[in-house]
Design a protein around this ligand. Structure first.
Ligand SMILES: *Cc1c(COP(=O)(O)O)cnc(C)c1O
Length: 433
């Protein structure tokens, strides 16, 4: 029997019999696990006892359920949870391109990710070729060089909600033997599963819609399990690995031992275990709790987002609404193909005014919270050019429509008409003489 999303979000990855029949996932707040005896220790370390634990930096039963659940919701071969979305992006990119190489990515990615690709990865020998439009396959194909290691994109971009043509990008990447890495934070696994459309690696800031309650920072990496990592372009998967040595085993490389799951296994052993950005069991518990209501939350929030977008489109002080879910852009076909349940709960709009009008609006909202986060049960509002995208050079921001008059909303579970009234009164004050 294969369950559907709403059953998996409650049950996947958890067997209560193994946890004293606890009905909900317990929090294993311990660091280490008794090895019991030396014979058992040997078996554990040889990977011969499934779901056995030694030390919580390597694996923890509460975190493990969260990883398994996300993996099942996304249809991967394995997942690793980490301390933040940025830790997920860092581990995924280093695991792909460690030792040097190039990545292709669009300019309109998450502000901190853009800063990392522009200023930090180069110090590790990883350069990025940026494109203005991730769906411009001709330009991307021309940028693919012999040392290009991956194409990276957000399924729905922040804050303009551009939708990436994931199947097209996957075909393009695979025709050059490189993987496609997708940041699927905005849609969450409920609205979109990139692996189904050919993505090889999916990263999440589960701080956002997966958690849904704004109470724990966390990240996850999911491995689609279709990419062949056993090729010379990715020597790290072909090298001998000391932790995989076993009597009688000849090929001790990650590709040799794990085959299609080489990526996620290596990420756990090298990047989780050694770099150590682990998710705490308590945070994993909060993520699991959030996941239980993800469909119900996001359905309502998508619905409210569209009502608010329609209200803004008609408002005399609004220049432009950026919400590809309105199906009024050239992206209509992509949205209909990939996002039948909606693109998400986050979108932006430009005021017919200046940063002064924006400031007045922000200072006068009463229901919306003014802060730099998304995917909360509370509705959130922010001015990206000043807050979330500070580290992005101005000329690039303007290219991405992140102008001084842009406002980003993340819609929560409050009543739609209260949210509309709140924006309405704040916009009126923002434009009062
Ligand atoms: C928030 C966010 C991140 C970073 O996640 P953290 O959990 O804050 O580290 C990465 N990508 C996107 C699209 C995000 O919204």
């Amino acid at each position: 029997m294969s369950n559907t999303f709403d059953t998996k979000k409650i049950h996947a990855g958890y067997v209560s019999e193994k946890h004293n029949y606890s009905a909900t996932v317990p929090i294993y707040q311990n660091v280490a696990f008794n090895l019991h005896d030396t014979a058992r220790t040997e078996k554990i370390l040889a990977g011969k006892i499934p779901d056995s634990y030694t030390y919580s930096r390597v694996a923890n039963p509460t975190v493990d359920v969260f990883e398994k659940r996300i993996n099942e919701l996304d249809g991967g071969v394995g997942a690793v949870a980490v301390a933040s979305g940025m830790a997920a992006i860092t581990a995924a990119i280093l695991n792909v391109a460690e030792g040097g190489g190039r990545i292709i990515a669009p300019l309109d990615i998450y502000g901190a990710a853009l800063d990392e690709f522009r200023t930090l990865f180069p110090k590790f020998g990883i350069e990025t070729d940026f494109v203005d439009n991730i769906n411009d396959f001709e330009t991307i194909e021309k940028l693919i060089k012999s040392d290009t290691k991956a194409i990276y994109a957000e399924s729905v971009s922040n804050p303009i909600t551009n939708v990436a043509d994931v199947s097209g990008l996957a075909s393009l990447a695979h025709s050059h033997n490189i993987p496609l890495v997708i940041d699927n934070t905005f849609p969450t696994p409920y609205l979109f599963n990139p692996i189904k459309y050919g993505a090889d690696v999916v990263v999440y800031s589960s701080t956002k819609g997966i958690n849904g309650h704004g109470n724990a920072v966390s990240g996850v990496i999911v491995d689609g399990g279709h990419f062949n990592w056993g090729q010379k372009k990715f020597p790290q998967f072909l090298e001998k690995e000391i932790t995989l040595e076993q009597p009688g085993r000849k090929d001790t490389s990650f590709a040799g031992v794990f085959g299609k799951a080489a990526f996620i296994q290596r990420l756990r052993v090298k990047y989780l275990r050694l770099m150590g950005a682990v998710l705490s069991p308590f945070s994993a518990y909060l993520e699991l709790l959030g996941l239980e209501t993800i469909s119900e939350r996001i359905n309502k929030e998508v619905n409210t987002s569209l009502k608010i977008a329609h209200f803004l489109e008609k408002n005399e002080h609004v220049e432009m609404v950026f919400n590809s879910g309105l199906l009024n852009t050239s992206q209509k076909e992509l949205v209909e193909k990939y996002f039948p349940k909606g693109i998400g709960t986050i979108f932006s709009f430009q005021l017919k005014g200046t940063s002064k009008n924006v400031a007045k609006l922000l200072d006068n909202v009463k229901v919306f919270s003014y802060l730099p986060n998304v995917g909360d049960n509370r509705s959130l509002i922010v001015n990206p050019s000043e807050v979330t995208h500070r580290e992005v050079p101005k000329d690039e921001l303007i290219k991405e429509n992140v102008t001084d008059n842009l406002i980003r909303l993340s819609i929560g579970l409050e009543d739609a008409s209260d949210l509309i009234s709140d924006l309405d009164q704040a916009i009126k004050i923002a434009f009062k003489e």
